[in-house]
Design a protein around this ligand. Structure first.
Ligand code: HEC
Length: 153
């Protein structure tokens, strides 16, 4: 199933670029993408607790968190569209817009791996752990290259 879903999700994300670029101001897009990253991190934290055994593995809750993550990530690539490099305090590096193909490739990979998280969460703590590692690897890879240390206006 995966590949087809990934393609559909990517297409949906790209479609949103066009739609939201016209609807939302850069300031809104910046706040939106930062909020998505925050919520993603929060849900990943809940999953991490189950993986580490701090909280019991709860399939229903794990799937909900995983779906939240997958859906938000699928939609949020659009918020890095043209013209959203400034407008509100941001740590997005200027290279996102000077090398958009490289950034998009990373984001697409992020969408693809996050898209596999709900199925992994529906298995057991071990399948969740394996896909969690794939998802979180992308956070660091992208932040190293495309997230600045300081906020700028
Ligand atoms: C393809 C690139 C990319 C990936 C993948 C990515 N991020 Fe980010 N992240 C960014 C960029 C760029 C910013 C800065 C956004 C801004 O300030 O406008 C950011 C900002 C953040 C922030 C700070 C938001 C704020 O309030 O300023 C958090 C938290 C965060 N990311 C968490 C994550 C987590 C967790 C993952 C992995 C599940 C992840 N990110 C994956 C690029 C990425």
């Amino acid at each position: 199933m995966q590949l087809r879903h990934v393609i559909v999700l990517t297409a949906a994300a790209l479609g949103t670029v066009a739609a939201t670029a016209q609807t939302f101001k850069p300031e809104d897009q910046i706040k939106y993408r930062q909020s998505v990253m925050q919520v993603t991190q929060r849900s990943l934290g809940a999953l991490n607790g189950m993986i580490r055994g701090d909280t019991p593995y709860n399939k229903e809750l794990a799937v909900k968190h995983a779906e939240t993550i997958a859906n938000l990530i699928a939609w949020s690539g659009a918020s890095f569209g043209p013209g959203t490099d400034k407008g509100a305090p941001t740590r997005a590096d200027a290279r996102i817009w000077s090398e958009p193909d490289k950034f998009k490739a990373l984001y697409d990979k992020h969408i693809a791996e996050a898209g596999k998280l709900p199925a992994a969460a529906a298995g057991d703590a071990n399948t969740l752990k394996a896909q969690f590692a794939e998802v979180t690897r992308n956070c660091k890879t992208c932040h190293d290259d495309y997230r600045s240390r300081e906020y700028r206006n």
